[in-house]
Design a protein around this ligand. Structure first.
Ligand code: MN
Length: 288
């Protein structure tokens, strides 16, 4: 099932070039009182939600996919975890280019570990990316994103896919420079998730997915997730040793080689096999 959020916080499922409006299924989510849980309610209740969606489908209003504004399919992730240098060829391109490494100590992921991006940086495809520091080099990074489906602590790699609710395409927009990654990668809109959540039952092997990022129709990044140093299973094992993973937590798995600067007006097309394709516009910095 391909689950999307669109327009004014509506819930849909994507079938071909149509969106079926199943917003009424959100009634299965619990009424909550403060303090709210720090995980995503939609993902935490995905099994019940899917049952309700199936019941609503026949009478759902159908809309053309091309006409809806896609929001982040996960609205309230408890945390956004990201893998810094997780493709061998990307490690090499960063080590080779001072404009990429800025004298930061760059090493492979087993040594560098993971980092967090601010939850407030999360946008959907239709919301685009708004540049915040137009005088600083800012790059695109396409990444496979795993969405955690249930609470995970000290999970072994062999069991890790049992903890995945689904997958989406991610953009980890990055200001180059000497600051910590979490600062450079966390301005508002610098984390894009979409175009929708493809549930895990549709993806037999997240380690064999072709991926490609085009800007203004030209290919910039193109590889397969088979090139990942630590795949989804190993990242869940690694991450769950440090933090408890909760439903809706996002794991950005890292970007392949081919990163390059972006500018206002650029139109991204990001594709991952089985997860769809999303169009994302880079918008100019807006002065106050
Ligand atoms: Mn990245």
């Amino acid at each position: 099932m391909k689950i999307c959020r669109f327009n004014d916080n509506r819930l849909g499922i994507v079938e071909g070039d149509e969106v079926l409006d199943v917003t009424a299924a959100l009634d299965v989510l619990p009424a909550l009182r403060y303090p709210y849980p720090v995980h995503d309610q939609l993902v935490a209740h995905l099994p019940e939600l899917r049952t309700r969606i199936a019941a609503l489908k026949a009478s759902a209003t159908r809309l053309p996919l091309a006409r809806v504004n896609l929001l982040s399919p996960v609205a309230n992730p408890g945390k956004i975890i990201a893998a810094p240098v997780n493709y061998v060829k990307h490690l090499q391109e960063v080590l080779d280019d001072p404009n990429l490494h800025h004298d930061n100590q760059i090493s492979h992921i087993q040594r560098a570990g993971l980092f967090l991006k601010a939850n407030s940086s999360l946008n959907g495809a239709a919301e685009g990316v708004t540049l915040v520091l137009p005088d600083r080099r800012t790059d695109h990074e396409i990444e496979l994103v795993a969405v955690i489906g249930k609470t995970a602590r000290n999970v072994k790699a062999a069991d890790a896919l049992d903890y995945v609710a689904g997958y989406s395409i991610g953009l980890d927009i990055t200001i180059r420079g000497p600051e910590e990654r979490s600062l450079r990668k966390s301005p508002d809109s610098y984390t894009v998730l979409g175009p929708w959540l493809t549930t895990a039952d549709e993806i037999a092997n997240p380690g064999q997915l072709a991926m490609e990022l085009l800007i203004n129709g030209q290919t910039r990044q193109k590889t397969s997730t088979s090139e990942l140093i630590l795949g989804v299973q190993a990242l869940i094992e690694f991450g769950s040793r440090f933090y408890t993973l909760h439903p809706g937590d996002l794991i950005f798995t890292g970007t392949p080689e081919g990163v390059s600067p972006i500018e206002a007006g650029d139109q991204f097309s990001a594709r991952i096999e089985g997860l769809g394709e999303m169009q994302v516009l880079i918008k100019p910095h807006l002065a106050n």
